[in-house]
Design a protein. Structure first.
Length: 258
């Protein structure tokens, strides 16, 4: 399938490993010029080597995306080296404190938003003006099934639900400019160094098997590559009538219909 995004310029945050890395690799296979970023230079270099097999002009920039004050200079550096960002994949996020309502302090909730919302919102604000003027852009926010239904902890659920709301609101605002914005909600996707790999390593096989039986109709944990391929489709010309939605990719984990 021809996706029509050859030579487009994409920024994928949190992309040195896991889901972000798979997004970057999948885009690179479509000859997109990919910018990856992360905090560990060695990991970035190794990932960039893999990406350059498919997209030699791709680059890596060491950056802490949660440092909001640095994001303007990051986007300027990308523009100077490759051109304006046409595809933005916001993958930075995570849990801060694994508690419910009684154990979550206001500061914990604020930290969850600082991690899951602030960098995403700021980067969107930085790239949208050029996307509007070009009448073309794609933004994909990596959410979670826990942003759509009960699960996980209070601060993470709340932050991901807020991310889905930002995605919908921005998508409706910007659709007329050809800027399409969607979210992807992974379920239990295992990858080296990730939480679901840790869950499998730290529990006995019978506990893991029971978890799979009770929660995953597909019969196994997810893996990053299908998420990356879904993101690449959403970034493509072929997604031209798709905006303002959040797509679960969870092996049947979620129970809600909507």
């Amino acid at each position: 399938m021809e996706l029509g995004i050859k030579n487009k310029i994409a920024l994928v945050t949190g992309s040195s490993r896991g889901i972000g890395k798979s997004c970057a690799l999948s885009l690179a296979k479509e000859k997109v010029k990919v910018v990856i970023c992360g905090r560990n230079q060695n990991t970035l270099n190794n990932t960039l080597d893999e990406i350059k097999v498919f997209s030699p002009q791709s680059i890596a920039i060491k950056s802490d995306i949660t440092n909001i004050s640095s994001l303007s200079s990051l986007t300027e550096e990308i523009t100077n080296k490759l051109g304006p960002i046409e595809i933005l994949v916001n993958n930075v996020g995570g849990s801060v404190k694994r508690e419910g309502v009684e154990g979550t302090e206001i500061k914990d909730l604020n930290k969850a938003f600082e991690l899951n919302i602030d960098p995403t919102l700021k980067l969107m604000q930085l790239v949208i003006p050029k996307m509007k003027s070009n009448n073309w852009g794609r933004i994909i926010n990596i959410s979670s099934v826990y942003g759509r239904e009960l699960g996980g902890n209070l601060s993470y659920m709340t932050a991901k639900a807020a991310l889905n709301s930002i995605t919908k609101h921005a998508a409706v605002d910007l659709a007329k400019y050809g800027v399409l914005i969607n979210a992807v909600a992974p379920g239990p996707v295992a990858h080296p160094g990730g939480g679901w790999e840790k869950f499998q390593n730290e529990n006995k096989k019978d506990i893991v098997d029971q978890f799979i039986k009770e929660n995953l109709p597909i019969g196994k944990f997810g893996w990053p590559e299908p998420v990356g391929d879904l993101v690449t489709f959403l970034a493509s010309q072929n997604s031209g009538f798709l905006t303002g939605t959040c797509i679960n990719i969870d092996g049947g984990w979620s129970r809600s219909i909507n």
